[in-house]
Design a protein around this ligand. Structure first.
Ligand code: GCU
Length: 340
């Protein structure tokens, strides 16, 4: 992918990016990039990070490798975004909603009931030309390059009180959402009480009853142990938000051209693996949750939920030309890749 823009070439020629150990512990000739992921070691994104390290070491004759840090050990997403921006962390897997705080146009990926299938979502995410402006939009202001976006499941509602079937069931429930305007607004329109907080804080908030519930994909529900506390998982399937692989633009520019290209060439394969491996991970997570006594219900009036947020989707999607273009592409991808 042609991700290095005129702006970053400008930086290079000024020599601003030519110092430092490349976001990792530079030992001898080897640079170890840090990759941060908020998920556990079993998560496909953690595993894809390990794979990226192996492959990168091969293709750069050992000049570069990757150390993966899971479980938010390097900090919350908001904190790590800052580290990627200042170049002390080379890579992170970042939830789409968090990227919205850097450029609100990322909202096109974060709106409810917009993607009909995983295939449609991936068709849009993998369209390099379509995403070029968005994916390079943070380079100048934040020194962050978006390398790719991957499938990260469908998000549904879960809580400790009752199954959700209609919007009335959600009324008054205090639900954690991701920290972005679109997510807060979505939950308000669906009738719940939104409580934005970072991923790692949700478990104890559920446990202490500060929250009645949250909304997430099955793997996060299970791996973060939310299923120990919230026993009702209701298939609202209201969101399909991707995760993005972010890289420090400074660190990327700091590599010699051949190594940088070798790294960029690995990204499609690594990203495809993260997306594909998510599917069986969902099944395992459902089994684990069921063993803990979780009640999954699929008898949800999704049309009713969809109607409530339709005005909001239209408003966000029509805010500027980039968004209307992306929305057109999304609708076309849905037509070509309908729900199973
Ligand atoms: C999912 C998603 C993460 C996101 C998390 C959250 O796990 O993959 O990127 O951070 O949800 O709800 O915060």
């Amino acid at each position: 992918p042609k991700l290095v823009t005129a702006a970053t070439i400008g930086l290079l020629s000024l020599g601003l990016a030519a110092c430092g150990s490349g976001g990792g512990e530079g030992g001898g000739h080897k640079t170890v990039f840090k990759l941060a992921v908020s998920q556990t070691e079993e998560h496909p994104q953690y595993q894809a990070g390990i794979e990226l390290g192996k492959r990168l070491e091969e293709v750069t004759d050992g000049r570069y490798s990757v150390q993966v840090f899971g479980n938010e050990t390097l900090g919350t997403s908001t904190e790590v975004i800052q580290n990627v921006s200042d170049g002390t962390v080379a890579f992170m897997w970042c939830g789409g909603a968090n990227v919205e705080s850097l450029n609100e146009d990322f909202v096109v990926y974060n709106l409810p009931f917009v993607f009909d299938s995983m295939e449609a979502q991936l068709a849009v995410l993998n369209d390099e030309e379509l995403n070029h402006e968005l994916f390079t939009s943070l380079e100048e202001s934040k020194s962050i390059t978006v390398l790719s976006g991957v499938h990260a499941g469908q998000r549904s509602m879960y809580n400790s009180k009752r199954p959700i079937r209609t919007p009335a069931d959600l009324q008054g429930l205090k639900i954690r959402v991701q920290q972005s305007d679109s997510q807060v607004r979505m939950l308000e329109m669906l009738g719940g009480v939104p409580s934005p907080m970072s991923f790692g804080e949700v478990y104890s908030a559920l446990q202490t009853g500060v929250l009645d519930g949250a909304e997430n994909n099955e793997p996060s529900f299970d791996s973060m142990k939310h299923d120990e506390v919230a026993k009702y998982y209701s298939y609202t399937r209201h969101l399909m938000i991707p995760d993005f692989l972010l890289m420090s633009t400074t660190v990327l520019d700091d590599m010699n051209e051949a190594d940088r290209q070798a790294l960029l060439d690995l990204i499609p394969e690594i990203s495809a693996k993260a997306s594909a491996d998510f599917v069986p991970y969902v099944e395992e997570s459902i089994e684990n949750a069921e063993e803990l006594g979780v009640q999954f219900n699929d008898d949800v009036d999704t049309e009713a939920f969809k109607e409530l947020v339709a005005p909001m989707v239209d408003e966000y999607m029509s805010a500027n030309a980039l968004r209307t273009d992306m929305y057109t592409a999304i609708k076309q991808a849905n037509e070509e890749n309908p729900a199973a």
